[in-house]
Design a binder for this molecule. Sequence first.
Ligand code: ZN
Ligand code: ZN
Length: 356
Amino acid sequence: MGKFGEIAGALLVALALVAPSFPQSLAPTALPAAAPLATQFNDPLQRGPLILDRGPGEQEVHFPRDEELEYLVSIDLGILGEPTVGRVAMTSVVRPFARPGDTEISFDEERSMEQALVSARARGEYQVYTLDETIQTRFQPVSFPQLKHESIQRGTENRRRELSLGLKDGVPTASYRNDGHCKTCKDDAHFVDPTFFWNDRSHCTGCKAAEHRIWKDPREREIPAKAVDMVTAVMLARTVVSQGKASATFTLVDRDRLWEVELSRGKRGRMKVSAGHYDVVEIVLKTRPPASETGREEDFQGLFGLHGNISIWMHPESGVPVLISGRIPAGPIELDVRIELDSARGTPPSFVKVIK
Ligand SMILES: [Zn+2]
Ligand SMILES: [Zn+2]
Protein backbone atom coordinates (compact mmCIF):
# COMPACT_ATOMS: atom_id res chain seq x y z
CA MET A 1 0.00 0.00 0.00
CA GLY A 2 2.88 2.33 0.69
CA LYS A 3 3.96 2.03 -2.90
CA PHE A 4 0.48 2.80 -4.06
CA GLY A 5 0.40 5.91 -1.91
CA GLU A 6 3.69 7.09 -3.31
CA ILE A 7 2.37 6.62 -6.79
CA ALA A 8 -0.74 8.63 -6.04
CA GLY A 9 1.48 11.36 -4.67
CA ALA A 10 3.77 11.24 -7.67
CA LEU A 11 0.76 11.59 -9.87
CA LEU A 12 -0.40 14.69 -8.15
CA VAL A 13 3.01 16.18 -8.48
CA ALA A 14 3.38 15.24 -12.11
CA LEU A 15 -0.01 16.61 -12.86
CA ALA A 16 0.64 19.79 -11.03
CA LEU A 17 3.76 20.19 -13.10
CA VAL A 18 2.05 19.57 -16.35
CA ALA A 19 -0.94 21.67 -15.54
CA PRO A 20 0.37 24.82 -14.26
CA SER A 21 -1.80 27.24 -12.99
CA PHE A 22 -2.62 28.22 -9.61
CA PRO A 23 -2.60 28.39 -5.92
CA GLN A 24 -5.08 29.34 -3.53
CA SER A 25 -3.33 32.09 -1.80
CA LEU A 26 -0.05 33.88 -1.84
CA ALA A 27 2.09 33.57 1.17
CA PRO A 28 2.35 37.02 2.73
CA THR A 29 6.09 37.02 2.16
CA ALA A 30 5.82 35.93 -1.44
CA LEU A 31 5.87 39.40 -2.94
CA PRO A 32 7.00 42.85 -1.89
CA ALA A 33 4.24 44.92 -0.41
CA ALA A 34 2.30 46.67 -3.12
CA ALA A 35 0.23 48.88 -0.91
CA PRO A 36 1.56 52.36 -1.71
CA LEU A 37 0.86 52.03 -5.40
CA ALA A 38 -1.91 49.55 -5.35
CA THR A 39 -4.32 51.82 -7.13
CA GLN A 40 -2.16 51.91 -10.23
CA PHE A 41 -2.53 48.20 -10.62
CA ASN A 42 -6.15 47.77 -9.75
CA ASP A 43 -7.47 47.39 -13.22
CA PRO A 44 -6.05 44.08 -14.31
CA LEU A 45 -8.20 43.38 -17.32
CA GLN A 46 -7.61 46.76 -18.90
CA ARG A 47 -3.88 46.52 -18.64
CA GLY A 48 -3.62 43.10 -20.22
CA PRO A 49 -1.12 40.44 -19.25
CA LEU A 50 2.49 41.03 -18.24
CA ILE A 51 4.64 39.94 -21.18
CA LEU A 52 7.95 38.09 -21.13
CA ASP A 53 9.61 39.07 -24.40
CA ARG A 54 12.00 36.24 -25.28
CA GLY A 55 13.52 38.04 -28.25
CA PRO A 56 13.05 38.18 -32.02
CA GLY A 57 11.47 35.06 -33.47
CA GLU A 58 10.86 33.54 -30.03
CA GLN A 59 7.44 32.90 -28.58
CA GLU A 60 6.54 35.48 -25.94
CA VAL A 61 4.87 34.48 -22.68
CA HIS A 62 1.81 36.14 -21.18
CA PHE A 63 1.18 36.22 -17.44
CA PRO A 64 -2.40 36.95 -16.32
CA ARG A 65 -2.65 39.75 -13.75
CA ASP A 66 -5.05 38.16 -11.33
CA GLU A 67 -6.27 34.70 -12.19
CA GLU A 68 -7.16 31.63 -10.19
CA LEU A 69 -7.98 28.17 -11.53
CA GLU A 70 -8.98 25.16 -9.43
CA TYR A 71 -8.74 21.55 -10.57
CA LEU A 72 -9.94 18.23 -9.23
CA VAL A 73 -7.55 15.28 -9.42
CA SER A 74 -9.02 11.78 -9.63
CA ILE A 75 -7.74 8.29 -10.31
CA ASP A 76 -9.76 5.70 -12.16
CA LEU A 77 -9.71 2.48 -10.14
CA GLY A 78 -11.93 0.51 -12.49
CA ILE A 79 -14.79 -1.19 -10.69
CA LEU A 80 -13.82 0.56 -7.49
CA GLY A 81 -14.86 3.86 -8.99
CA GLU A 82 -13.08 7.12 -9.48
CA PRO A 83 -12.06 8.68 -6.18
CA THR A 84 -11.07 12.31 -6.02
CA VAL A 85 -7.62 12.27 -4.48
CA GLY A 86 -6.67 15.88 -4.57
CA ARG A 87 -6.93 19.39 -5.86
CA VAL A 88 -4.58 21.60 -7.81
CA ALA A 89 -4.99 25.36 -7.56
CA MET A 90 -3.13 27.61 -9.96
CA THR A 91 -2.82 31.36 -9.69
CA SER A 92 -1.10 34.09 -11.65
CA VAL A 93 -0.67 37.58 -10.25
CA VAL A 94 1.29 40.67 -11.33
CA ARG A 95 2.72 43.08 -8.79
CA PRO A 96 5.07 46.08 -8.77
CA PHE A 97 8.70 45.10 -8.53
CA ALA A 98 11.07 46.79 -6.12
CA ARG A 99 14.73 46.20 -5.58
CA PRO A 100 16.02 46.40 -2.04
CA GLY A 101 16.36 50.08 -1.20
CA ASP A 102 13.93 51.28 -3.84
CA THR A 103 11.75 54.13 -2.75
CA GLU A 104 8.17 54.48 -3.70
CA ILE A 105 9.11 56.90 -6.45
CA SER A 106 11.26 54.33 -8.18
CA PHE A 107 8.20 52.33 -9.05
CA ASP A 108 6.78 53.57 -12.27
CA GLU A 109 4.04 52.51 -14.55
CA GLU A 110 6.44 50.81 -16.92
CA ARG A 111 5.79 47.13 -17.30
CA SER A 112 9.48 46.53 -16.93
CA MET A 113 9.05 47.36 -13.28
CA GLU A 114 6.52 44.66 -12.66
CA GLN A 115 6.88 41.03 -11.74
CA ALA A 116 4.61 38.03 -12.13
CA LEU A 117 4.15 35.13 -9.76
CA VAL A 118 2.57 31.95 -11.06
CA SER A 119 1.96 29.25 -8.55
CA ALA A 120 0.43 25.80 -8.56
CA ARG A 121 -0.47 24.13 -5.32
CA ALA A 122 -1.36 20.43 -5.30
CA ARG A 123 -2.97 18.94 -2.24
CA GLY A 124 -4.18 15.43 -1.84
CA GLU A 125 -4.14 12.24 0.10
CA TYR A 126 -4.51 8.63 -0.74
CA GLN A 127 -4.68 6.19 2.12
CA VAL A 128 -1.76 7.03 4.39
CA TYR A 129 0.06 9.22 1.89
CA THR A 130 -0.46 12.97 2.03
CA LEU A 131 0.92 15.62 -0.25
CA ASP A 132 0.97 19.40 -0.21
CA GLU A 133 3.22 20.69 -2.93
CA THR A 134 3.62 24.22 -4.18
CA ILE A 135 5.38 24.85 -7.44
CA GLN A 136 5.91 28.46 -8.35
CA THR A 137 7.80 30.68 -10.72
CA ARG A 138 8.52 34.35 -10.38
CA PHE A 139 9.27 36.39 -13.51
CA GLN A 140 11.29 39.46 -12.51
CA PRO A 141 12.64 42.48 -14.42
CA VAL A 142 16.27 41.65 -13.59
CA SER A 143 18.98 39.74 -15.46
CA PHE A 144 19.42 37.08 -12.81
CA PRO A 145 17.33 35.38 -11.87
CA GLN A 146 14.88 36.51 -14.49
CA LEU A 147 12.92 33.33 -13.79
CA LYS A 148 13.03 31.84 -10.32
CA HIS A 149 11.33 28.47 -9.99
CA GLU A 150 10.67 26.79 -6.66
CA SER A 151 9.11 23.55 -5.55
CA ILE A 152 8.21 22.86 -1.95
CA GLN A 153 6.74 19.48 -1.04
CA ARG A 154 5.22 18.87 2.38
CA GLY A 155 3.31 15.93 3.81
CA THR A 156 4.52 12.35 4.02
CA GLU A 157 7.67 13.39 2.21
CA ASN A 158 9.44 16.72 2.38
CA ARG A 159 11.68 18.21 -0.22
CA ARG A 160 12.59 21.55 -1.75
CA ARG A 161 14.02 22.46 -5.11
CA GLU A 162 15.08 25.79 -6.55
CA LEU A 163 16.01 26.72 -10.11
CA SER A 164 17.20 30.17 -11.17
CA LEU A 165 17.43 31.13 -14.84
CA GLY A 166 18.80 34.24 -16.47
CA LEU A 167 21.86 36.06 -17.69
CA LYS A 168 24.81 35.85 -15.32
CA ASP A 169 27.72 38.02 -16.48
CA GLY A 170 26.08 37.98 -19.89
CA VAL A 171 25.94 34.18 -20.05
CA PRO A 172 22.59 32.35 -20.08
CA THR A 173 22.81 30.33 -16.88
CA ALA A 174 20.80 27.85 -14.82
CA SER A 175 21.53 27.44 -11.14
CA TYR A 176 19.85 24.46 -9.46
CA ARG A 177 19.84 23.24 -5.90
CA ASN A 178 17.81 20.80 -3.86
CA ASP A 179 17.77 19.67 -0.28
CA GLY A 180 18.57 16.36 1.35
CA HIS A 181 18.76 14.77 4.77
CA CYS A 182 21.59 16.20 6.85
CA LYS A 183 24.46 13.74 7.07
CA THR A 184 26.33 14.69 10.22
CA CYS A 185 26.29 17.84 12.26
CA LYS A 186 26.37 18.95 15.88
CA ASP A 187 22.76 20.09 16.04
CA ASP A 188 21.22 18.19 18.93
CA ALA A 189 17.81 18.42 17.28
CA HIS A 190 19.13 16.06 14.59
CA PHE A 191 20.12 13.45 17.17
CA VAL A 192 17.97 10.48 18.05
CA ASP A 193 17.84 8.26 21.08
CA PRO A 194 19.61 4.93 20.82
CA THR A 195 17.78 1.67 20.40
CA PHE A 196 19.71 0.29 23.38
CA PHE A 197 20.10 2.45 26.44
CA TRP A 198 23.83 1.73 26.77
CA ASN A 199 24.51 3.37 23.39
CA ASP A 200 24.94 7.13 22.89
CA ARG A 201 22.48 9.37 21.15
CA SER A 202 23.55 9.63 17.52
CA HIS A 203 22.86 11.69 14.44
CA CYS A 204 19.73 10.61 12.60
CA THR A 205 20.68 8.65 9.50
CA GLY A 206 17.64 9.34 7.39
CA CYS A 207 14.02 10.18 8.01
CA LYS A 208 11.33 12.19 6.27
CA ALA A 209 11.33 15.12 8.70
CA ALA A 210 11.52 18.51 6.99
CA GLU A 211 13.56 19.94 9.89
CA HIS A 212 16.42 17.49 9.22
CA ARG A 213 16.89 18.58 5.64
CA ILE A 214 19.48 21.07 4.43
CA TRP A 215 20.30 22.66 1.07
CA LYS A 216 22.92 20.91 -1.02
CA ASP A 217 25.45 22.97 -2.99
CA PRO A 218 23.96 24.62 -6.09
CA ARG A 219 24.95 23.29 -9.51
CA GLU A 220 25.41 25.87 -12.23
CA ARG A 221 25.47 25.35 -15.98
CA GLU A 222 25.26 27.33 -19.16
CA ILE A 223 21.98 26.93 -21.00
CA PRO A 224 20.61 27.98 -24.38
CA ALA A 225 19.37 31.57 -24.32
CA LYS A 226 15.63 31.90 -23.74
CA ALA A 227 15.26 28.54 -21.98
CA VAL A 228 12.34 28.42 -19.55
CA ASP A 229 11.30 26.46 -16.47
CA MET A 230 8.31 24.11 -16.23
CA VAL A 231 5.78 26.67 -15.00
CA THR A 232 6.79 29.27 -17.56
CA ALA A 233 6.52 26.55 -20.21
CA VAL A 234 2.89 26.11 -19.31
CA MET A 235 2.23 29.81 -19.62
CA LEU A 236 4.10 29.77 -22.93
CA ALA A 237 1.82 26.99 -24.17
CA ARG A 238 -1.22 28.97 -23.11
CA THR A 239 0.08 32.01 -24.98
CA VAL A 240 0.64 29.99 -28.15
CA VAL A 241 -2.97 28.80 -28.02
CA SER A 242 -4.47 32.18 -27.15
CA GLN A 243 -2.60 33.79 -30.05
CA GLY A 244 -4.01 31.23 -32.46
CA LYS A 245 -0.59 29.89 -33.41
CA ALA A 246 -0.09 26.34 -34.63
CA SER A 247 3.09 25.44 -32.79
CA ALA A 248 6.18 26.54 -30.88
CA THR A 249 9.52 25.06 -29.94
CA PHE A 250 11.67 25.97 -26.97
CA THR A 251 14.17 24.63 -24.45
CA LEU A 252 12.87 23.59 -21.04
CA VAL A 253 15.05 23.32 -17.92
CA ASP A 254 13.87 20.67 -15.45
CA ARG A 255 16.12 20.53 -12.40
CA ASP A 256 19.50 20.78 -14.13
CA ARG A 257 18.49 18.91 -17.28
CA LEU A 258 17.54 20.34 -20.66
CA TRP A 259 14.70 19.23 -22.89
CA GLU A 260 13.77 20.34 -26.37
CA VAL A 261 10.02 20.80 -26.41
CA GLU A 262 7.80 21.06 -29.43
CA LEU A 263 4.17 21.82 -28.84
CA SER A 264 1.43 22.03 -31.39
CA ARG A 265 -2.32 22.21 -31.68
CA GLY A 266 -4.05 18.87 -32.14
CA LYS A 267 -7.67 17.94 -32.59
CA ARG A 268 -10.56 20.04 -31.38
CA GLY A 269 -13.49 18.86 -29.34
CA ARG A 270 -15.97 19.65 -26.65
CA MET A 271 -15.70 18.36 -23.11
CA LYS A 272 -17.65 18.19 -19.91
CA VAL A 273 -15.63 18.83 -16.78
CA SER A 274 -16.62 19.75 -13.25
CA ALA A 275 -16.72 23.46 -14.13
CA GLY A 276 -19.02 22.96 -17.14
CA HIS A 277 -18.92 22.24 -20.87
CA TYR A 278 -16.07 23.78 -22.85
CA ASP A 279 -14.68 23.79 -26.34
CA VAL A 280 -11.14 22.44 -26.21
CA VAL A 281 -8.11 21.86 -28.38
CA GLU A 282 -5.53 19.19 -27.67
CA ILE A 283 -1.96 20.28 -27.03
CA VAL A 284 0.46 17.80 -28.53
CA LEU A 285 3.78 17.72 -26.70
CA LYS A 286 6.97 16.22 -28.04
CA THR A 287 10.04 16.25 -25.84
CA ARG A 288 13.55 15.03 -26.48
CA PRO A 289 16.96 15.61 -24.98
CA PRO A 290 19.13 18.13 -26.79
CA ALA A 291 21.54 16.70 -29.35
CA SER A 292 24.41 17.55 -27.02
CA GLU A 293 23.04 15.39 -24.20
CA THR A 294 22.14 11.94 -25.44
CA GLY A 295 22.13 8.66 -23.57
CA ARG A 296 20.69 9.99 -20.35
CA GLU A 297 19.01 7.45 -18.13
CA GLU A 298 15.81 9.44 -17.78
CA ASP A 299 15.41 9.71 -21.54
CA PHE A 300 13.88 6.26 -21.56
CA GLN A 301 11.10 7.53 -19.39
CA GLY A 302 10.62 10.91 -20.97
CA LEU A 303 9.83 14.14 -19.29
CA PHE A 304 7.61 13.59 -16.22
CA GLY A 305 8.24 9.84 -16.49
CA LEU A 306 4.87 9.60 -18.16
CA HIS A 307 5.90 7.83 -21.35
CA GLY A 308 4.18 10.55 -23.26
CA ASN A 309 0.76 9.09 -22.50
CA ILE A 310 -0.66 12.34 -21.40
CA SER A 311 -3.33 14.49 -23.00
CA ILE A 312 -3.61 18.20 -22.36
CA TRP A 313 -6.74 20.02 -23.45
CA MET A 314 -6.94 23.80 -23.46
CA HIS A 315 -9.70 26.23 -24.27
CA PRO A 316 -8.96 27.21 -27.90
CA GLU A 317 -9.34 30.98 -27.55
CA SER A 318 -7.92 31.70 -24.10
CA GLY A 319 -5.51 28.80 -23.60
CA VAL A 320 -6.98 28.02 -20.17
CA PRO A 321 -6.20 24.35 -19.36
CA VAL A 322 -9.52 22.50 -19.09
CA LEU A 323 -8.50 18.84 -18.75
CA ILE A 324 -5.29 16.88 -18.35
CA SER A 325 -5.45 13.13 -18.39
CA GLY A 326 -2.77 10.50 -18.44
CA ARG A 327 -1.86 6.94 -17.77
CA ILE A 328 0.75 6.49 -15.10
CA PRO A 329 2.72 3.30 -14.56
CA ALA A 330 2.22 2.07 -10.97
CA GLY A 331 4.24 -1.07 -10.51
CA PRO A 332 2.50 -3.92 -12.32
CA ILE A 333 -0.49 -1.84 -13.34
CA GLU A 334 -1.23 1.53 -14.91
CA LEU A 335 -3.51 4.14 -13.44
CA ASP A 336 -5.68 6.56 -15.34
CA VAL A 337 -5.43 10.01 -13.84
CA ARG A 338 -7.68 12.92 -14.62
CA ILE A 339 -7.22 16.57 -13.69
CA GLU A 340 -10.26 18.62 -14.58
CA LEU A 341 -11.14 22.28 -14.19
CA ASP A 342 -13.46 22.86 -11.25
CA SER A 343 -13.63 26.66 -11.07
CA ALA A 344 -12.05 29.72 -12.64
CA ARG A 345 -11.70 33.39 -11.71
CA GLY A 346 -9.97 36.29 -13.46
CA THR A 347 -9.65 34.43 -16.76
CA PRO A 348 -9.52 36.27 -20.12
CA PRO A 349 -12.95 37.44 -21.38
CA SER A 350 -12.72 34.93 -24.24
CA PHE A 351 -12.91 32.02 -21.78
CA VAL A 352 -16.60 31.10 -21.79
CA LYS A 353 -18.60 27.92 -21.26
CA VAL A 354 -20.64 26.26 -23.95
CA ILE A 355 -24.30 26.91 -23.16
CA LYS A 356 -26.08 23.57 -23.11
ZN1 ZN B 1 22.39 17.20 11.10
ZN1 ZN C 1 16.30 12.68 10.33
